[in-house]
Design a protein around this ligand. Structure first.
Ligand code: SF4
Length: 468
């Protein structure tokens, strides 16, 4: 385990100094300068995006959804899929005309994609109008980099190699005023053979429990009602400290108020029956376990370097269902991993028929350069993988059709999040199981818990009527 490198108070002070220097520059604009930022990818990236926006707000920027009117544009990128990277290159290319029109526009790219040296080099050479590129380990130095662009009028490329740092005290501009993401750890030690994350996010490092507890306490006092704890593998939180993940959950669960705690992502190798007991015995923790199995074949799990087998996985599922009968179980599945045979794939189908997930995020394997799996033989055609994938969807479709029927007639407590996505006349929220519930609410319900009597089950949501 790498030693946690905590960014010192001195360094944080230095960044506050640069924040003030940029603020002095933005004050000289004849109007409030506007920033357009976009975060691609996972919740962790979205959470980093909220920090970037927090720093921008302190540096005197306002925000816009329209890149055409922005003075500062930033793409916070994701590296998980190669085709998403190509999309970023396409989007960057399209910014050239904006820079031609307004040479003072500052264009920045950060996040996992640019943490790969060859990508940063390509941006440097091919996109001369990009002013700033910085990697995942130096996010906290954004004010310093932005200031040097204003002061020295030169391009800045900062992609240091590192096992990663933890920086407390970065300002956060949250996207919601009742749902908050709270990273509890960063990085990953697992090196699943298909995944690029450990190469771009550094080694696992956990925030101190007192920092997390005080942040969550502050959020609840401000009226936040859902706290999403984030980490690539939350179950290994605190392995380098005194409090493990279940201990942290117990501390957070003991806080006063009405709120819900969710977390993502769980790795089956580190998920324990004690963690499931903690969820079962809690007041506030979601009855939702997203436990990515990836494959039902032990041979493929080994090739994926997942460090669990189907038997261990099923014993966790059985225990979770026994302790929390209403738990929502969801998963991720990769179809067509290199060397996977139809026999291996049938093992996955068998597992899905046995578990009957409430829902599953299913993907056809997509090659990710820089990973071990990218070097493996992959003889099965895309067409064949497509056929398997459709078979898998059919099995999951049947399980999904059945999954929510048991809730019809029951009353669930739901955190209302806003207008319905498919039916604007309804309001929508999520239950303690994290199931989407649409109901006949009103604007006053947004951000509040309400009791909803379920009248109908769809395969992706529930529909009900509010009990006032
Ligand atoms: S646990 Fe595996 S899949 Fe998840 S981030 Fe780490 S290496 Fe990637």
């Amino acid at each position: 385990m790498a030693l946690t490198q905590l960014v010192s108070e001195e360094e944080i002070k230095e960044q506050r100094f640069f924040t003030q220097r940029v603020r002095a520059v933005t004050h000289m604009f004849d109007r409030i300068p506007l920033a357009y930022t976009h975060s691609y990818g996972c919740q962790q990236n979205v959470s980093d995006g909220e920090k970037i926006n927090g720093m921008l707000a302190e540096m005197g920027y306002g925000f816009t959804d329209n890149p055409d009117e922005a003075d500062f544009i930033l793409y916070n990128t994701c590296a998980v899929r190669e085709n998403a990277e190509n999309r970023v290159f396409g989007n960057l290319g399209a910014l050239k005309h904006l820079k031609n029109r307004n040479p003072d526009l500052i264009i920045a790219v950060c996040g996992c994609m640019v943490q790969q040296g060859h990508i940063a080099d390509r941006i440097k050479k091919t996109f001369p109008f990009v002013d700033l590129v910085f990697g995942t380990h130096v996010l906290h130095k954004f004010p310093e980099y932005l200031y040097s662009i204003f002061a020295e009028d030169k391009r800045v490329f900062m992609i240091p190699e590192s096992d990663g740092v933890i920086c407390e005290g970065i300002p956060v501009k949250r996207d919601s005023d009742f749902k908050a993401s709270v990273p509890i750890m960063y990085g990953c030690n697992n090196f699943c053979t298909y995944c690029i994350v450990p190469y771009v996010r550094g080694r696992e490092r956990s925030r101190a429990p007192e920092e997390i507890i005080s942040e969550v306490k502050g959020l609840i006092e401000k009226g936040y009602r859902e706290i999403l704890l984030l980490g690539q593998n939350v179950n290994s939180y605190g392995k380098d400290g005194s409090l493990d993940f279940k201990g942290l959950l117990k501390e957070l669960d003991s806080l006063e108020g009405e709120f819900k705690i969710s977390f993502m992502t769980s790795h089956p190798k580190d998920c324990t029956t004690e963690l499931i007991d903690t969820i079962a015995d809690s007041k506030h923790i979601s009855w939702h376990l997203h436990l990515p199995v990836q494959s039902g074949s032990n041979r493929i799990l080994k090739l994926m370097n997942r460090h669990y087998d189907v038997e261990k996985y099923l014993s966790l599922v059985d225990y979770a269902r026994k302790r929390i009968p209403d738990i929502q179980l969801t998963t991720d599945i990769i179809v067509g991993f290199p060397s996977e045979t139809y026999e291996d794939f049938r093992e996955t189908l068998k597992l899905m028929e046995r578990v009957k997930y409430d829902s599953a995020f299913t993907f056809i394997y997509s090659k990710r350069s820089g990973t071990k799996a990218a070097e493996m033989d992959d003889p099965v055609s895309e067409e064949e993988k497509g056929k398997w994938f459709r078979e898998l969807l059919e099995v999951q479709g049947k399980a999904g059709d059945e999954a929510y029927k048991k809730y019809v007639g029951k009353t669930l407590r739901v955190l209302c999040e806003g207008r319905g996505r498919t039916d604007e006349s309804l309001y929508t929220g999520k239950s303690r199981q994290n199931i989407i519930v649409d109901f006949n609410g009103n604007e006053q319900h947004i951000g509040k818990f309400v009791d909803v009597k379920i009248t109908k089950a769809l395969n992706w949501a529930l529909v009900g009527e509010i009990n006032e």
